[in-house]
Structure formats: C-alpha cells, structure tokens
Design a binder for this molecule. Sequence first.
Ligand code: SF4
Length: 279
Amino acid sequence: MKINIAKSSGFCFGVRRAIDISLSLAGNKKPVYILGDIVHNTHVVDRLSQKGIKKIKRIRPVKDAVLIISAHGASARVFKRAKECGYRIVDATCPKVRDIYKIARRLEKKNRVIIIGDRGHAEVMGIAGQLKKKPITVESADRIPVKQLARVKKAAVITQSTQSLHNISSIMGRLEKIIPLIKLYNTTCRITAAKQKEIEVLSQGNDAVLIIGSSTSANTKRLYQISREINTKTYWIESAKDLKPAWVKNAGKVGIMAGASTPDEIVADIVTVLNIMVG
Ligand code: SF4
C-alpha cells in the first residue's frame, strides 16, 4: 500500500505561531490561562494543560495572571473585560484573522456586513465583536435567514478564514437574489484555499482518504466535506486509535491530509499503524 501525505497537510503558520507563543509562557511565575481552546485540537490543548496552561471559559477577576487569546481571536468586549479583570493579555490571534477584523470594520462604514461562517465559532464571534452593528451570519445555502435579510439594501459579504469556495458560491447565489447591492470580499485564508485545492486532487488519486483532526476543527470539517463529495471512501479521524483495518484493506493507495491544527506526531502515528495493518 502506498501512503500519500498531502504537501499542505498539518499546521498552518497561524496555529504554529499561537502554540509557540503559549509554550513560551509555560513555567511563568504568574498563572497563565487560555480563553477557550488555543487551536481546535485536543492533543494540543492537553499538551498545554500538562505544561500548566489552563483553559478557562469565562473571564473572572484575578490577581496578577496572564490570559492568552487563541489563534481564532476574540471580540473587543472580551479584551476590555480581560483588562478590567486584571489580566495581562497575550494576543495569539492569527495575523490573517486580524486582517479580517480590519476589513470588516472598514466595510461596516457603508454596508451591512454579512459573514459566511459557522455560527458560534470563536473566529466568527471575534469578527462580529469588532463591529458596531451586529452582522448577519450565514452558514449554508439551505439555511438563509430570509426574514433578517429582507430589509438589507446594501451588503458586504466577508468569509470565515476556513470556508470552502463551494459553500461561499452557493450562498452568494442565494444572497444575490435577495439583496439589491451586494459584494463579496473573500477573506478565506490562502493556506486554507491551498489545502482545499490539494484535497480535491488527493481524493481523486487515492483509493481511500484519511482526514485527520479534531471534531471541533472547522477547517478539518471542510476538508472532509470536499473529499467525501469526490471519494466516498473518505474517513475523518482524530488519531491512530480511530483507524479501522476494513477502510484500507484493499486500498492500493491511501491519501492523508491533516487539518491546520493537527500536530505532525499524530500523522506519524497513523502512518506507523497503517504500515502495521498491511503487514
Ligand atoms: S487557517 Fe489561516 S487564518 Fe486560520 S489560523 Fe491558519 S493561517 Fe491563520
């Protein structure tokens, strides 16, 4: 069996940067907390927790502690509250996500902002939290908030960094029929786009495809959706323990693509187990 690992598999630069920033704070004299998950991967979160960096869900007053903002970013209100509660903030927001904040704030001056993204995802909430007027979030073409959009005359559409081109264009097709003046500002990250392009090729050229990442990872979910459309023998796993021999039993070629927040060690473990499985 030949194993083909995608060139763009694994950490993107924003994730690597956020993890490095967090690790540099391990062993700090002051307590160090992370608001939510530093990135959406349980192995990474566990590793940081073992280093003494604790995850918190709510910001409560503290004495002399450090708060890391995750790669997904956070709203302006979160930053304000953290300062008021006495934290020293270390901002690990991906610079690409910060670029989306700037674009959203600029567009808000003359448009109603619409975000194509996953409602409730930390990145989408962070973008929304930069704006004076609550933006409208649209997740998919079959869940268009028609009533909410009926009063919008002029809109600027931005996208969560991990969206797929397919989802964006099917949503835009619906929105253009509802809103008279509408323009798309595609803020999908270049690295996400490269991964999505590569998974199309990988899923066509292999008998089975393994997509590796946590169930909470938005970019992994997109990679799985794209691959599954092309190759029904696509399987989404978090680690080697999820592998089933039947999936690869008669496969001559197996493609592997890891999400942007999946560490290389996880992929290496999977390759080892695959090799054992085929003897
Ligand atoms: S996928 Fe892109 S925007 Fe998201 S963290 Fe990675 S580099 Fe940043």
